[in-house]
Design a protein around this ligand. Structure first.
Ligand code: AMP
Ligand code: MG
Length: 421
């Protein structure tokens, strides 16, 4: 990509012909501001979901722990169909029975250790029993229905890699391997601030020009993850010194400060000067996206700073595109651009090329090749929230796109369900 990041390209002095930064470039710069947080803690494995493994976890056992039966049936001391003489019975949880001799069989239940001398286990559905004799309906292949020690995990295998985000699959393998606790990165300390004279929390007293703060509750909800401790810094008015003092204090105790509002170049946009007053360092530019063009990144004391736009839809999009990868980087997780699916348009749309554009979209069908067909909802560039409620995800078109026809290829970022597959 030949585009270069333009610092302060939103400023009044900016040459508007200069290219804007792509999202990928912005993420790269954001990651460049992050050092992996130090500090770990040990938590019970069952409470580690959503946390980040601090180190590789090595298995000190083999899984399965011992050879055992995969079915209810008969362990056979030989191959062929038999008949075999039944010499006993064993169930899960017992120690392995004594060695089977050729021609002997043992009634065995799922999970029971197979005794030495077992050639195969035959399912109970595939045998005929007559007195103490069992005959298989077919010649059972050697090893059939035996789960062998170590076939899943060898000792010294890496069960979980450092930086992995723990999910229920990791809990399963750690539990099977006898782990009760896991060393994870300490929680990220994130401070959250809304800026704007017009903003109020419910119950605080609305003036004639007031609106309810939307971004702070929305970001709190987006940040409601096991790995994050949020500090609510509330709402601050558009006063440079007030914002500066608040940020300077927060920067002493947090890994990341997220603000919304005041990142453009209006007369009441004080975020950048406030950071500079507090002794911080700012890298601000505009991203070539819509909505969410103005974004501010920087460092202040120990904290990384992320200044999001005030328009709630822009704030939402920028947080998902840049905020999440930034937090992953702070935690030492691999960072990834949100994963898009290829999709087909179910609509027509004329637009001005120049910026990559995201829009709330619903899935309205499936194309012949099996791709989701999406419909754009809401007006371009709008700050409306209702389309988000109706949407199944965000659709996106490339910056060069000038028109969309039914069937045009585009991208779709589905909102993840609780299951998060
Ligand atoms: P700004 O980025 O401060 O210029 O704000 C852009 C637009 O977003 C303005 O209409 C603001 O009133 C609105 N806005 C800013 N912050 C919030 C917020 N926390 N909740 C809802 N709307 C906001
Ligand atoms: Mg404002």
């Amino acid at each position: 990509m030949s585009e270069t990041v333009q610092r302060d390209c939103c400023s009044a002095a900016a040459d508007t012909k200069k290219p804007l930064a792509t999202i990928e470039q912005t993420i790269e710069r954001a990651i460049g501001l992050c050092a992996t947080i130090e500090g770990t803690e040990v938590v019970p494995v069952t409470q580690a979901v959503g946390r980040t493994a601090a180190f590789d976890v090595i298995s000190y056992l083999e899984l399965p722990l011992r050879d055992h039966s995969a079915v209810d049936g008969y362990a056979l001391g030989g191959t062929g169909t038999g008949p075999f003489r039944i010499v006993g019975r064993t169930t899960a949880g017992e120690t392995a029975a004594k060695r089977l001799s050729s021609g002997q069989a043992l009634r065995i239940m799922t999970g029971a250790p197979v005794p030495p001398g077992t050639e195969a286990v035959v399912m109970q559905e595939h045998v005929t029993v007559s007195g103490d004799q069992v005959t298989a309906g077919f010649s059972v292949p050697a090893g059939d229905n035996i789960r062998c020690r170590g076939e899943d995990v060898s000792s010294m295998d890496t069960l979980v890699r450092a930086g992995a985000r723990i999910d229920p699959r990791h809990v399963a393998i750690l539990a099977a391997s006898g782990y009760q606790g896991l060393e994870v990165r300490r929680k990220l300390r994130v401070a959250l601030l809304s800026t704007g004279n017009e903003l109020r929390d419910p119950g605080v007293g609305m003036g004639p020009g007031s609106i309810f703060d939307t971004n702070r509750p929305m970001l709190q909800a987006l940040l409601a993850e096991e790995r994050i401790d949020i500090t609510d810094l509330g709402i601050k008015p558009d006063k440079r010194d007030v914002i500066s003092d608040c940020l300077a204090e927060a920067a002493r105790h947090h890994d990341l400060i997220i603000t919304s509002g005041g990142v453009s170049v209006g007369e009441e946009d004080h975020i950048k000067p406030a950071i500079l007053d507090a002794g911080g360092h700012i890298e601000s530019w505009c991203m070539a996206i819509k909505p969410g063009k103005p974004i501010t990144l920087g460092r202040l004391d120990k904290a990384v700073f992320l200044g999001l736009p005030g328009n709630p839809l822009a704030c939402f999009v920028d947080f998902l595109l840049v905020g999440r990868p930034l937090m992953d980087s702070l935690e030492g997780r691999p960072t990834a651009f949100p994963s898009a699916r290829n999709a087909r348009a179910g609509f027509s749309w004329e637009r001005r090329p120049g910026r990559r554009e995201f829009f709330p979209a619903t899935v309205v069908g499936v194309s012949d090749e099996g791709l989701p067909v999406i419909e754009k909802i809401g007006r371009a560039g709008s700050a409306r929230l209702m389309p988000l409620i109706e949407a199944d995800g965000l659709g996106a078109v490339d910056s060069t796109c000038g028109s969309v026809e039914p069937g045009s290829g585009l991208q779709f970022f589905p909102f993840k369900s609780q299951m998060k597959l």
